[in-house]
Design a protein around this ligand. Structure first.
Ligand SMILES: [Zn+2]
Length: 265
């Protein structure tokens, strides 16, 4: 099973996203989060199952960008699938003037010249988040204010993880099953990770790898970043898992740090 992590889905790149999905749909079965979770259970109890069909592929989108709502969600729906959208409540609550500043200081911190059109450097609204949920997408938690959990004082973890989930649930009317931490593969601590687990069924890591249903845990789900602007040679490379060996040490270190040893077969 494979989980893809996407960030921007600007309108100007919709055609590229469709082309990538057409390729992905030929090689994988596109699934939503509930199906992903059900198949995980089935494969765990019936190890023969995965070889019978194309591997399941789940799309996730970080930061709750408006263009994920206006572009990514309808494109996924046209392929008969649904995604997971990780939102940031403080970003959601920014007014239009604050949103761009928040986006380029807290979310896209690469210090590059702003690349998004003015109207796209903002968040979905609570109404759009509720609409995504009604349409069968999952809305996940990406911390209250897009903080780095590894450098955050422990006294603020509750706000960034638990209050954030409660705020999102108040918009969707649904439990918030999924959490994705921000920034890099190691922007996490054992204390933060425990708290995440107490309040979510799934925790997604920004660390590439294919998901092994028997050895991996829903509390540490590998995600492979594939952006919509990747050319076919690059996205095929990533989907095929050819970058995964480079990340093996990091996956092992993460497991060891968090105390999540692989399940013995
Ligand atoms: Zn993010």
């Amino acid at each position: 099973m494979l989980v893809i992590e996407v960030h921007e889905t600007p309108e100007r790149d919709e055609r590229l996203f469709r082309q990538q999905l057409e390729w992905a749909a030929r090689h994988f079965t596109l699934v939503d989060l509930p199906t992903f979770a059900r198949l995980w259970q089935e494969y765990r109890t019936n190890p023969r199952a995965p070889s019978k069909c194309k591997p399941p592929l789940l799309f996730t989108f970080d930061d709750g960008r408006l263009n994920n709502y206006s572009v990514a969600a309808p494109v996924l729906e046209s392929f008969g699938t649904r995604g997971v959208f990780f939102v940031v409540p403080q970003f959601v609550q920014c007014n239009p003037q604050e949103a761009r500043q928040f986006y380029y200081s807290r979310i896209d911190t690469r210090q590059l010249p702003p690349s998004l059109p003015e109207e796209e450097a903002c968040s979905m609204t609570p109404q759009q988040i509720a609409d995504l949920s009604r349409r069968g997408h999952s809305v996940g938690n990406h911390t209250y204010s897009h903080v780095n959990l590894a450098t955050l004082p422990e006294s603020q973890l509750h706000h960034e993880i638990v209050d954030s989930a409660a705020q999102i649930a108040s918009w969707t009317g649904q439990p918030v099953d999924a959490f994705a931490w921000t920034f890099s593969w190691d922007s996490i601590t054992p204390v933060a990770w425990k708290l995440i687990q107490q309040h979510h069924r799934f925790c997604f890591a920004p660390c590439p790898g294919s998901v092994d249903c028997r050895a991996d845990s829903p509390n540490l789900i590998w995600r492979t970043e594939v952006e919509v602007v990747y050319p076919p040679s690059e996205f095929r490379f990533m989907y095929a898992g050819l970058a995964n060996p480079l990340w093996r040490r990091k996956r092992e270190r993460l497991r060891a740090t968090l105390g999540d040893p692989p399940t013995p077969r």
